[in-house]
Design a protein around this ligand. Sequence first.
Ligand SMILES: [Zn+2]
Length: 295
Amino acid sequence: MHPFEKAGLGVAPFRCVGVYKNAYQACPGAPIQPGGSCDFCGTGIMYEYKILSSDGKGFKVGCDCVMRTGGEGAVAGMRTERLKMERDVRRARRDAKYAERRATHEQGRIAALEGRRAAFVAAEPALAAALEALPDNGNEFLVKMRDAVRHWGSLTEGQLKAAKSCVARDASREAEKANSVHVGTVGKRLPEAEYSIVRHTERIDDRYWPARTSHWFLLKQGDNVFVYRGSSNLGAEGETVRAVFGVKDHTEYQGTRQTVLQRPTFRKEPEPKADDVKRAAPYGAGRDLSMTGEC
Ligand SMILES: [Zn+2]
């Protein structure tokens, strides 16, 4: 007779229907103790093997008692349940170890990132502050750079250069928006003054012969913004031009007040064009007769 049967736990044969962990921990950090007890011997057990007798009685025992009584062979399914449980325990242990290693690695990564970020803020305080002050719907490129700093802790040399000039451009645009005022009176001429050439584009209009070149200039004087469109070439970007302009209009572009200029007269003409010379110079002066074919 099987000892379980003798102990009144039911009629043999017995069948194992599962194993459950029953652990008890008084408080976090305290040792983990068995939470259950064996119905056969009364010892505290952590892993409760649920056994069913052939007459339908259920009870729980530790695996040691199964081994000591009839062995695993005497309880159907016991071996399978034990192996399954042991596999689960191994897996849980392995997962815990991986998680710990990952956490350690993540801590190292975060520490390194923080270090890089601190170095970046120390090296580029103005840029770092400008990036962090950026709204999420701000300049798309700068938002990308801000996220790059957050993620990598720094920028590449190329990104750094581009981000700096972009921030500078945004700042000067904001200053223009706030400070640029309309200058002069529409229809009147301004006194001679110096303007810095911010941007210059030219378009060749070949509806005419010879083709005409029309220029577009964005000029600045302090925070004041000026626009000139016409046939005169005032100079190259980055240069300054000293001229008298007429005021054609006072407009606003994307919130910035602009003074539209017209009909410039220069004290010092830029490189004269061939037909300018022809028109402007007194007869014969400055003309290369051998080239005109008029002799
Ligand atoms: Zn026991």
